[in-house]
Unconditional design. Structure first.
Length: 420
């Protein structure tokens, strides 16, 4: 595993320590060992070198002492800053944006996610063609789309050729992404036309969204192969997964597990998130999963809601689901307070209470109706038995009298059979 020094400028922002600890966690997610954290108090970074000259010497000496080859910086650096820090320290400099892009590149599995990451990587690379630090992650972040364009000694003509090449690659990748997006939109329209309510799990990376989804799938009897990947690491998955969930009373939802958020998300990836999180943007209900055991839980909620606003996800009802309560002995769970639930995704009673909360929010417009279905209209009876919660069934000479809890759509279809 590569070794790195973690470094950043402390400008007095209240979330600085939180972002630095998060940076170390991101390094581990990229299989880099954070050996030491070094900070410098400055109102703003030095324009040419980010850190002051004395701090650069300290960073170089610390790296030698810790046998570290990498320097991970808690900001997106300018091309000049990258070049000057490398020249002064002799280290491979990885800024926050490159680190997140690297993790995304490793985690992307679907064609859509891979295209999004490649585009974001090339956009970051474009103004930085002279910096050698990008060689660190060329193979992973760019795939076949631009590796080897970071030769520092290249002449101006070659630089312009490289720039045009990257711009052409971005255009080509965007065309491919548009085709994939159109395919996804077609699938989404088909799901929307079904009239099934949709729920999207959102939240900070590693808060327990995938564990929650798998627990709900297991509890509702879904096959194990429908479960999604889960692991205790940042950005364990980037790909949105959608599963149909049917409850005991025949109510159904489409449940999606979305990519997690992180503070200071690189602007190159914000646009990519808009597509990745289209399921959340069109959901009937959002469940924001929050790691209640994390001391920075409040900041994580702010980060999630800020990112949702940035990608245009607004005005959708939300449940605040405080997960991992089993890791906090002083907390009682499961417990509901208004639109909040304290729970553990590994506890069946917690998941059952979450299901009740979701159903109460989603199906509040359902109504109890009694119908007299003639024997020659059996298809409507079959529809009721399959899609509604049947409360009572009686048989008469005129047909089947059935009382059921139905959606507004079903109530409209069966209005002519209402038995008052």
């Amino acid at each position: 595993m590569d070794r790195a020094i973690i470094a950043g400028i402390d400008n007095g922002h209240e979330n600085f320590e939180y972002k630095m600890s998060e940076l170390a966690a991101l390094a581990k997610a990229a299989t880099i060992s954070p050996e030491l954290t070094i900070t410098q108090k400055l109102d703003k970074p030095v324009s040419a070198s980010y850190f002051g000259s004395g701090k650069l010497i300290e960073l170089k000496n610390a790296a030698e002492a810790k046998e570290a080859n990498d320097l991970i910086v808690n900001d997106e650096l300018t091309p000049t800053q990258l070049r000057n820090i490398e020249d002064e320290t002799g280290l491979t400099v990885i800024d926050r944006t490159v680190l997140i892009l690297e993790i995304f590149a490793r985690r992307a599995h679907t064609r859509e996610a891979k295209l999004q990451v490649q585009i974001a990587s090339l956009q970051y690379r474009l103004p930085r063609l002279r910096t050698s630090s990008l060689n660190r992650f060329d193979q992973q972040t760019a795939g076949s789309s631009g590796g080897g364009f970071t030769s520092r000694g290249a002449g101006e003509t070659q630089m312009e050729l490289n720039r045009r090449t990257i711009q052409n690659q971005i255009t080509h990748l965007r065309h491919q992404l548009k085709e994939v997006e159109q395919e996804e939109q077609t699938k989404r329209k088909a799901r929307d036309s079904s009239g099934i309510k949709t729920v999207a799990l959102v939240g900070y990376t590693n808060a327990g969204k995938s564990t929650t989804m798998n627990g709900l799938l297991r509890l509702t009897g879904e096959a194990k192969e429908k479960q999604v990947f889960e692991k205790n690491m940042l950005f364990a998955t980037l790909d949105t997964s959608v599963r149909k969930v049917q409850f005991d009373d025949n109510k159904e939802i489409l449940l999606s597990d979305t990519v997690g958020f992180v503070s200071s998300l690189p602007h190159q990836l914000v646009e990519a998130f808009k597509t990745t999180l289209a399921e959340a943007a069109q959901a009937d209900l959002l469940v924001q999963v929050i790691d209640v055991s994390d001391p920075h839980a409040k900041e994580m909620v702010k980060t999630t809601e800020k990112t949702l606003r940035e990608i245009g996800v607004t005005g959708i009802p939300m449940i605040y689901a405080f997960n991992k309560a089993d890791m906090e002995p002083q907390l009682r769970y499961p417990e509901i307070a208004g639109d909040q639930i304290t729970y553990s995704a590994r506890d069946d009673d917690s998941l059952k209470l979450l299901i009740k909360m979701v159903k109460d929010k989603l199906f509040a417009d359902f109504m109890t109706k009694t119908y007299l279905i003639p024997f020659d209209q059996g298809r409507y009876l079959e529809q009721l038995n399959s899609n509604s919660s049947v409360l009572k069934t009686d048989y008469t000479a005129d047909g089947t009298v059935i009382t059921a809890e139905v959606s507004p759509t079903t109530a409209s279809i069966l209005q002519k059979f209402e038995n008052s």
